[in-house]
Design a protein. Structure first.
Lengths: 251, 323
């Protein structure tokens, strides 16, 4: 299994603050890799360094065999990498359909407007937003906007999907629905890198987990290994018993 | 859906053609022609500006610079090199487009107020340059030798040719505006308008999309400038780079509804009617620009989407017609 994404020694500082310190990992094609860590650990910064929103101070990002370090976000998108934002970024004055069409149009397949409309309708159906397709994106509620983010990223038909807290702010029912959607995306062969605070969800869908703390990678492994790692428990989980609870909840 | 199957485009064409043929119906009077010319010029300038302001979300305060520069280049070619009008019009478009292309590389990376300020600076800079540029007549500008009109069948004929040209040009601008609005290129521009960072993450190549939008929205004013000053017979820096005309164009776009095809058309017509009324009214004739300023303030505060935008929002069924 070859790595679709390789992050090698990526560091990033903002002034005196070291947001990321030599983060390295390989993401094999077809996997779901979870990224966890307390607030301010550098998870979103890592996403931004991967897809070109930020320029990393040092280190390399290799996507599908190509060194994409320092590339602009649109060039990275054209290679087949799509992402969602932790703080939703809808195109407010455009309709839901147009939002998703834009995702298809300008993603790596660069489809025509007509084709992107078909893709957008399929994807909206898939995430359960089809009946809202003609309303303005601004009028959606938070859960719907999260779905819209996901739909827009999916419409690009990416090889790799970066998901930044798509479950945050959702209620239990919505989380279950969203997890179902994520599983289906994964079954279609899309590799996923996911940041999540909803731990039991993350632990259940990811094959590998990486833990960041103060910009440093403090652990990596299967969900079980990570949940039982004393360093992780101290930095993030806080309570040894939490691991058992996390692994125990639904499968 | 094919563009000609959308009712909106027919409404837009019908309105433009109605304004265009009105002087013919009003008895071929020069007065009616001049009123309609001013109206079409306003519609064309506002619709060109809308390509950048409405679709892309970049406010160009100094957009009149392209009108002035195109006008100067075209006028120079007609007056000094005796080139035909249509060649001058194309040269006006090219010079304005070239300026926009070069500027785009430099100032389109600025956002919001910084970009708007930079465009004012550009207008002032070009004006100062032309004022001191001897081939273009320096501060006194250039005057057309009346004999040049002879090759167009006399002055009267030349004025009608200019009039027909601006009518055709306005129709072309509106078709382009409609095309942009319904095209893939336009979707990219609107994504930039709504959220430039998110658009780039989706794969919109924002720097080049913005530059092309700027070039397109500059080329048309360049052409209009040539037609206007050819008709005028005279060009000078004070007439070519009038900053408040830029602002009036913004008022028209905002009044009608930025980001719609019909909005600038409607806004320009409404504003010109109002302006015509104010200029002949003893009470308002000296404060006509104040009224424009207040109007802009009221629009921004209460109907930021403009008249057409408000109607589209209020009556979603109208959206098919009011593009």
């Amino acid at each position: 299994m070859s790595a679709i994404l390789q992050v090698q020694d990526v560091s990033k500082s903002f002034g005196g603050l070291r947001a990321l310190t030599s983060v390295s990992f390989d993401l094999p094609e077809g996997q779901i890799l979870g990224l966890i860590g307390p607030n301010g650990a550098g998870k979103t910064t890592l996403f931004n360094c991967i897809n070109g929103v930020f320029l990393a101070d040092s280190g390399k990002v290799i996507f599908r065999g190509q060194d994409i370090s320092g590339w602009k976000p649109y060039r990275v998108a054209h290679l087949g990498l799509a992402r969602t934002h932790q703080i939703v970024q809808p195109l407010n004055e455009l309709t839901v359909l147009e939002n998703v069409m834009a995702g298809a149009c300008f993603g790596h397949e660069q489809t025509s407007l007509g084709r992107s409309q078909e893709i957008a309708q399929e994807v909206l159906d898939f995430v359960g937003l089809a009946e809202r397709s003609e309303v303005l994106a601004a009028s959606l509620n938070v859960a719907q906007k999260k779905r819209l983010e996901l739909a827009r990223a999916l419409a690009a038909r990416p090889y790799l999907l970066l998901l930044d807290e798509v479950l945050a702010g959702l209620n239990q029912v919505e989380i279950t629905e969203m997890l179902e959607v994520l599983r289906e995306i994964h079954e279609q062969g899309v590799t996923i890198l996911i940041i999540e605070h909803v731990m039991h969800a993350l632990m259940n869908i990811s094959q590998q987990v990486i833990v960041l703390n103060y910009g440093e990678q403090i652990a990596a492994g299967t969900p079980e290994e990570v949940a039982n790692d004393p360093v992780v428990i101290e930095a993030y989980l806080g309570d040894p018993k939490i691991a058992e609870r996390l692994m125990g909840t639904d499968a | 859906m094919k563009p000609w199957r959308r009712p909106g485009i027919w409404l837009i064409l019908a309105l433009t053609i109605a304004v265009s043929v009105w002087p013919l119906l009003a008895g071929n009077k020069p007065y009616a022609r001049e009123v309609a010319f001013t109206m079409l010029k306003a519609m064309a300038l506002a619709s060109s500006l809308n390509l950048l302001l409405g679709y892309t979300g970049y406010v160009s305060f100094g957009h009149i610079v392209f009108f002035g520069l195109g006008g100067y280049v075209g006028f120079y070619l007609i007056s000094v090199h005796r080139l035909p009008l249509y060649v001058a019009v194309l040269a006006g478009a090219l010079s304005a487009a070239l300026l926009a292309f070069l500027l785009g590389k430099a100032i389109l990376r600025l956002r919001g107020a910084y970009f708007a300020l930079a465009t004012i600076g550009v207008n002032e800079a070009v004006r100062s340059f032309i004022k001191n540029f001897e081939p273009f007549g320096g501060p006194t500008g250039m005057t057309l030798n009346f004999r040049i009109y002879d090759s167009y069948g006399g002055a009267n004929q030349a004025l009608w040719i200019t009039y027909a040209s601006i009518a055709v040009l306005t129709v072309i601008i509106l078709l382009v505006s409609f095309w942009v609005k319904t095209s893939r290129f336009g979707l990219g521009l609107m994504a930039i308008r709504e959220n430039e960072d998110a658009a780039e993450v989706m794969g919109v190549v924002a720097p080049s999309a913005k530059t092309w939008a700027y070039v397109l929205s500059a080329a048309f004013p360049g052409m209009i400038g040539v037609l206007f000053f050819f008709k005028n017979g005279n060009i000078e820096p004070g007439d070519a780079f009038v900053l408040h005309q830029s602002i009036e164009s913004i008022v028209m776009v905002m009044l009608g509804g930025q980001g719609t095809v019909l909005g600038p058309l409607f806004g320009a017509a409404a504003y010109q009617r109002l302006r015509g009324f104010l200029l002949v009214s003893p009470l308002f004739k000296n404060i006509q620009l104040t009224v424009a300023g207040v109007l802009l303030l009221v629009i921004v505060l209460f109907v930021p989407a403009g008249v057409i935008g408000w109607l589209r929002h209020r009556f979603p069924r109208l959206r098919r017609v009011l593009e």
